[in-house]
Design a binder for this molecule. Structure first.
Ligand code: GLU
Length: 426
């Protein structure tokens, strides 16, 4: 095989995320018979902002970080989406994630468009002081574009409630008054919602309950594996354990562990908190990511980054249900393999929408100056995400499509309706 062929093959195997997002949009447009003009509008982010962020490091040197904020659409409401800190952040990745946020908010039927932000950095190698200075500089750089009625950021990979607190403080300082509602996923002490920290995992667990009903799978003693034991994956693991399911394997960026007899999710979380990784969990054996994704389990939860289920991996997936906690974990080519093998896949834009649903509940509580209990929040989340699951499932039944295609049809279809009704200015 010559070098070009190898390069082409590997780029097909791990496609550019925005190419994947456009391919998914094309599939939805075809099924919806979307008019070309609307399809074209949906192929383009409404606004892309790139900012350079000079930050003083602890050594006294200066490093200029690159940050992005992409507002994909605001046709259904202010744009909404998290901020990611990761060395592999790129403009195309942020564009893809912003498009997926748009379809996600639409499926959940919450009044938001979609956005995403990212800064190219390695937060694991930065001190708290460096992270704080970078966050404040990033906030200042995008301050004119965000706001509670414009675009509302939230946490994503390697950002958390503390990062949101720095954004609130910086944004509010620039405005001259407190604006906690400029972000969601804040600490509870600053108006964050109870239940927000576990919401992505909880929503994905609710979707798994619904998927299990469809597949006539009993969750009691069902086995599952989680790729990416971060906020979403670890909370998913804990909540699914509450239904009597058994965690067989889990992984993070440092490695993976498996135990055929099951592992206690709570103890695994405590082990990771203590040691920084799931690796070395007592009683477990090491497992590679590839092995984990192809383990003989009932439920597979990819909860890490994009492009982990490639066509090659997909061929060996033995799970009956895939619940996508991550954004974009399955490539469009791998989707075809998964679908033809009869695996029931709950797509990311539905499965992981619990996070943004509770972000919406946080925003509503902030704007209304009210506070709901965790029980109230969890039950509103359950109601919303089960409604979204039903909409997507019914669409898949009616049109004979996979849940992926049905999810895109519902998500893209509602945004298209909004654009059509708004009309084109001028
Ligand atoms: N980053 C999360 C996501 O990808 C949450 C976004 C939000 O709450 O705005 O869905």
């Amino acid at each position: 095989m010559n070098r070009t062929a190898v390069a082409r093959q590997s780029s097909q195997d791990k496609p550019n995320p925005f190419d994947s997002a456009l391919e998914q949009l094309r599939i939805a447009a075809e099924h919806l018979k979307l008019e070309d003009g609307i399809h074209q509008i949906l192929m383009h982010p409404k606004r892309e902002v790139t900012v350079s962020l000079p930050v003083r490091l602890d050594t006294g040197e200066t490093h200029v970080f690159t940050g992005y904020r992409v507002q994909y659409s605001d046709a259904r409401g202010p744009s909404k989406g998290g901020i990611r800190y990761h060395p592999n952040v790129s403009l195309d990745e942020v564009k893809a994630l912003a498009a997926w946020m748009t379809w996600k908010c639409s499926i959940a039927d919450i009044p938001f468009g979609g956005a995403k932000g990212g800064v190219i950095c390695n937060p694991k190698k930065m001190s708290q002081g460096e992270l704080e200075r970078m966050t404040r500089r990033y906030t200042a750089a995008i301050a004119d574009f965000i706001g509670p009625y414009r675009d509302i950021p939230a946490p994503d990979v390697y950002t958390n409630a503390q990062v949101m607190a720095w954004i609130v403080d910086t944004y509010s300082t620039l405005k001259g008054y407190m604006v906690p509602e400029v972000v969601t996923g804040k600490p509870v002490s600053l108006g964050g919602s109870l239940g927000r920290d576990k919401a992505t995992g909880r929503g994905a667990a609710f979707c798994t309950v619904e998927a299990a009903k469809v597949k006539k799978l009993s969750l009691k003693n069902a086995t599952y594996a989680v790729e990416g034991f971060g906020n979403a994956g670890a909370n998913y693991a804990e909540i699914l354990q509450g239904y009597g399911s058994k965690l067989i394997a889990a992984s993070d960026s440092k490695g993976g562990v498996t135990n055929r007899n099951g592992m206690d999710a709570m103890k695994l979380v405590a082990h990771k908190e203590r040691t920084g990784s799931v690796v070395g969990f007592p009683g477990s054996q090491p497992v590679t990511d590839r092995e984990l994704l192809q383990l003989d389990v009932d439920i597979l939860c990819p909860a890490a980054l994009e492009n982990t289920i490639t066509p090659d991996i997909a061929k060996g997936v033995r799970a009956k249900v895939i619940t996508e906690c991550a954004n974009g974990p399955t490539t469009p080519e791998a989707d075809k393999v998964i679908d033809s093998n009869g695996v029931f896949l709950v797509p990311d834009i539905l499965a992981n929408s619990g996070g943004v649903i509770v972000s919406y509940l946080e925003w509503v509580q902030n704007l209304d100056r009210v506070r709901w209990t965790e029980e109230e929040v969890n039950s509103k989340l359950e109601h919303k995400i089960n409604g979204a699951f039903a909409d997507v499932y019914q669409t898949s039944q009616k049109h004979g499509t996979s849940m992926r295609t049905a999810g895109l049809m519902v998500g893209v279809g509602r945004v298209a309706d909004a654009i059509r009704t708004l009309g084109i200015f001028p």
